[in-house]
Design a binder for this molecule. Structure first.
Ligand code: F6R
Length: 235
C-alpha cells in the first residue's frame, strides 16, 4: 500500500480529486464507491469545480455509497443520501438513477442488506472506493469486532462513533445508533481503494497501516489490498 503524506487538507483534497478525476477520464462509465463525513468534503468540492470548468463528465458514472443511518429517509437533512445530493450529486451531471445508497428507512433491513449487496455485485464492485477512517479504525461502519464482516449488514454503532457523529446533530438523542454498511468484502473487491485522513487521525493511521492486521482495527485489512492508497494530511 502507498501512504502519501501531504502538508494540508487542501492538498489532500486536490490530490484525491486528481485520482478520482483520472478514474472518470480513464473509464467514463466507472463505478465510484463513495463516502460521507467531513474528510471528503474538500474532495467533492474540487470535483464539482472541475466539472464546472468542463474538465469532468459524470454522465455515465455509477456510484455506490458505503453506508447510511438506519431510520432516516433520504430527504432527511442528516441522511447520507441528503449529504451526497447536496455536496456532489446535485452539482455535477451524474444521473440520479445511477447513484446508489443503502435505504436506511427500509422496513426489512435484512432484505435491504441483501438487495444492496446484490446491487454492488451486479455493478461489478467499485473501480475506485473512496474511504474515510473512524477514530477507532472503522471503514464504512465496520466497527472493531472479532472478525471482519464481509457482506452488507446493519450495525450498532459504538459509543465513540456515536459521540463523533453527534457533532452534526442538534440533540445527542437524535444521533442514530444503528447504520447499514457495505462489508469489508465489497471494499476489498474494489479494484482500487483511496483512503483520506486528516491530521486528527494521525494515531489511528499509524495503528491501522503500520501495525498488525486485525479486525479490532478494521482499516488494517487494507494492508492486504492489491491497490490501496492512503493520503494523510499532516495539518
Ligand atoms: C462515512 C463512513 C465513515 C467515515 C468515518 C470518518 O460514509 O463510511 O467510515 O468515513 O467515520 O468520518 P469523518 O471523515 O467525518 O472523520
Amino acid at each position: 500500500m502507498r501512504i502519501i503524506e501531504v502538508e494540508s487538507y487542501e492538498k489532500l483534497s486536490a490530490l484525491a480529486a486528481d485520482i478520482i478525476g483520472a478514474q472518470v477520464l480513464i473509464k467514463p462509465d466507472c463505478v465510484l464507491g463513495l463516502a460521507t463525513g467531513s474528510s471528503p468534503l474538500g474532495t467533492y468540492s474540487n470535483l464539482v469545480k472541475r466539472y464546472e470548468a468542463g474538465l469532468l463528465d459524470f454522465s455515465r458514472v455509477r456510484t455506490v455509497n458505503l453506508d447510511e443511518y438506519c431510520g432516516l429517509k433520504g430527504d432527511d437533512p442528516q441522511s447520507y443520501r441528503y449529504f451526497m445530493d447536496t455536496n456532489l450529486f446535485n452539482k455535477v451531471n451524474v444521473k440520479k438513477e445511477n447513484t446508489n445508497l443503502p435505504d436506511g428507512s427500509a422496513g426489512d433491513m435484512e432484505a435491504e442488506s441483501e438487495r444492496y449487496e446484490a446491487l454492488v455485485e451486479a455493478l461489478g464492485w467499485p473501480d475506485l472506493q473512496l474511504l474515510g477512517i473512524g477514530q477507532n479504525g472503522h471503514i464504512g461502519f465496520n466497527e472493531p469486532e472479532d472478525t471482519f464482516p464481509t457482506k452488507v449488514h446493519t450495525v450498532k454503532l459504538t459509543e465513540s462513533t456515536i459521540k463523533a457523529n453527534s457533532r452534526l446533530f442538534d440533540k445527542p438523542e437524535d444521533v442514530p445508533t444503528h447504520a447499514i454498511t457495505m462489508g469489508i468484502g465489497a471494499i476489498m473487491k474494489a479494484k482500487r481503494v483511496l483512503l483520506i485522513a486528516g491530521a486528527d487521525k494521525a494515531e489511528i493511521v499509524e495503528r491501522a497501516f503500520r501495525g498488525p492486521v486485525t479486525p479490532q482495527v478494521p482499516a488494517s485489512i487494507l494492508q492486504l489490498h492489491r491497490d490501496a492508497t492512503v493520503i494523510f494530511s499532516r495539518a
